[in-house]
Design a protein around this ligand. Structure first.
Ligand SMILES: [Fe+2]
Length: 312
């Protein structure tokens, strides 16, 4: 078994990884230290701020009635609106008062173990750059709009804020058992692409959904995707697609439900029972699923992104 050495119980320091623990081969820029934090946030110009404001305005046309009420409440509590890219220091002060979280700038995607360490300390690493007009509609690498607009409002919700911290801590155990892919699938189908069943109907709380216009509609209204109640063991065995709309969404009843099904589980036993690779295709519906609807998969079958398929 791999070793992740010297994890302090309070996660105050980044543990040293043994050489046989696999991490993505990311090259650390010279100007950042072991924590991968930028010394300061980028100074955005007026065009950057205009891109932020336009992205914000576009989402606000689409999200009411489709985004989870916890997300909309979070937006109300934080001043993310029309003032350009938010200042992380001011944002962190507001967030700290609500749930003790902060937002810290990083240059790019960062290694898993460093990401987990920040989450375990209630710090959310956010990309420092913002997309351009050319990539206004879609970028694959998360920028500051995805990271801050998509993720930070949910961090104002106390239960979700605790879930994110617990996820960071669980990350270390996953590395020890070589089950990072499984934990990555859980993140994908909850934090990035999760749906919640509210009294008024299905709503989205995942940042990957809420930071773009197309999937915000597709995820809750289209006929193509499957919608299945969240089952952690099942989700952690399920493949996921990073470059297109999801063929399947997993639905929670509440954030307390999410917390119970994940954090209150014995992750160690779960990791021990999981296979190394994924078992289920991302469009599969299996016998044990508690299914809300089986999708037509029309969008996928017609070719998905890059084809003329409409997201229906
Ligand atoms: Fe994200």
């Amino acid at each position: 078994m791999n070793e992740v050495t010297e994890i302090k119980p309070d996660f105050s320091e980044i543990p040293t990884l043994d050489s046989d623990v696999f991490t993505a081969p990311l090259k650390r820029p010279e100007h950042v230290g072991e924590d991968w934090l930028e010394p300061k946030q980028t100074e955005y110009d007026s065009e950057d701020d205009a891109v932020w404001n336009d992205l914000f305005a576009r989402q606000m046309e689409i999200l009411p009635g489709r985004a989870a009420s916890a997300f909309m409440e979070g937006l109300d509590r934080l001043d993310l609106g029309t003032g350009g890219v938010p200042d992380f220091k001011e944002l962190s002060e507001s967030l700290d008062k609500l749930t003790g979280w902060s937002v810290v700038p990083v240059p790019m995607l960062i290694p898993d173990h460093v990401f987990f360490w920040h989450l375990a300390n209630r710090r959310f690493p956010a990309g420092n750059f913002i997309r351009t007009r050319e990539t206004f509609d879609y970028i694959q690498e998360p920028d500051v709009f995805h990271d801050v607009f998509g993720h930070v409002p949910m961090l104002t919700n106390p239960v979700f804020a605790d879930y994110m911290q617990a996820y960071g801590k669980a990350g270390w155990r996953a590395m020890e058992y070589n089950r990072l892919k499984a934990l990555g699938a859980l993140y994908w189908y909850t934090v990035e692409f999760g749906l919640i069943m509210e009294d008024e109907g299905l709503r989205a709380y995942g940042a990957g959904i809420l930071s773009g216009p197309t999937e915000a509609v597709f995820s809750v209204e289209a006929q193509s995707p499957n919608r299945i109640m969240l089952n952690v063991d099942r989700v952690m065995r399920t493949d996921y697609v990073i470059s297109d709309l999801q063929p399947t969404y997993f639905v929670i009843e509440s954030f307390e439900d999410l917390y119970r099904k994940t954090v209150e589980r014995d992750f160690e036993r779960l990791y021990q029972s999981l296979p190394v690779s994924f078992t289920y295709a991302n469009s599969a519906v299996i016998d044990l699923d508690d299914v809300l609807n089986v999708g037509t998969q029309e969008y996928l079958l017609r070719g998905g992104r890059g084809s003329s398929a409409r997201p229906v």
